[in-house]
Design a protein around this ligand. Structure first.
Ligand code: PML
Ligand code: MG
Length: 247
């Protein structure tokens, strides 16, 4: 049975500049396209970042033999009672990964707040590797694998599950690339204060508090460890390689 990618992006005009509000994607069977498209359009219309003005939907047939299957990263949770403790836990994991400039890396997170995608950062010299700094790198073409008979069971309606489930897919895909040593993320949703650091070595480590409620700040950094000649192939993998995650 054919699989299709559905991608949604929603924005509103902010003095002539499109301001990103919401994005989502699924990989589904043909008979599920209508159902999931309406689910993600609804999501854009009810986003906590406010009213959207433009919603773009793209539906594409995928070549089945090009899809890569990956096992989801193992998940652990660190309970942080303050924002400071939360970021300190992330610093500790960075240091266990052999990354000694963690503080400088975290200082760069504020540059991601207005970006649509993630920063791709050379972990050794802190050089930004995205071709377009305002856009960043967008991880796409990924979802959980499901069977055609599962009858939409992979939709979870509460926002905690949506954030977590989508982030686990993204992180599993991104850190599966040999040159990505880790990903650091916290949500830009003002109602969601959790984030994570993901790596092949320690899996997906959730941190329960990385900001205060109400803050619209959030972003992602992919930490790149490799030669400059391999950057394009890595970006291509993150943005274009279809991946399905098996739990
Ligand atoms: C986002 O949705 O923008 C990021 C989600 C982070 C999810 C953290 C978690 O709950 O594990
Ligand atoms: Mg988000």
């Amino acid at each position: 049975m054919d699989l299709y990618s559905i991608k949604m992006r929603a924005n509103r005009n902010n003095n002539g500049i499109p301001e990103h509000i919401s994005g989502a994607e699924k990989i589904v069977y043909e008979q599920e396209i209508e159902y999931y498209t309406s689910q993600i359009v609804n999501r854009a219309l009810n986003h906590s970042k406010g009213k959207v003005e433009n919603i773009n939907i793209k539906v594409e047939l995928l070549q089945k033999n090009k899809i890569k299957y990956l096992k989801a990263l193992p998940v652990t949770t660190i309970i942080s009672d303050t924002v400071e403790n939360g970021w300190n836990s992330i610093l500790e994991i960075l240091s266990k990964l052999g990354i000694s400039n963690g503080k400088d890396i975290l200082d760069m997170l504020s540059q991601t707040y207005s970006m649509r995608g993630a920063m791709l950062l050379n972990v050794n010299n802190l050089e930004r590797l995205e071709p377009d700094f305002a856009r960043g790198i967008r991880a796409t073409y990924m979802d959980y694998a499901h069977s055609p008979n599962e009858k939409f069971s992979c939709i979870k309606s509460d926002s905690e599950n949506i954030h977590f489930n989508e982030a686990l897919v993204l992180a599993t895909k991104v850190v599966s690339h040999p040159n990505i040593i880790a990903e650091i993320c916290f949500s830009d949703d003002p109602n969601y204060i959790k984030g994570y650091i993901a790596s092949k070595k320690f899996g997906y480590v959730r941190v329960t508090k990385l900001k205060e409620y109400g803050s619209p700040n959030g972003g992602r950094i992919f930490l790149y460890n490799g030669s400059n000649e391999d950057v394009n192939e890595c970006i291509n993998y993150i943005e274009k390689q279809p991946v399905l995650i098996v739990k």
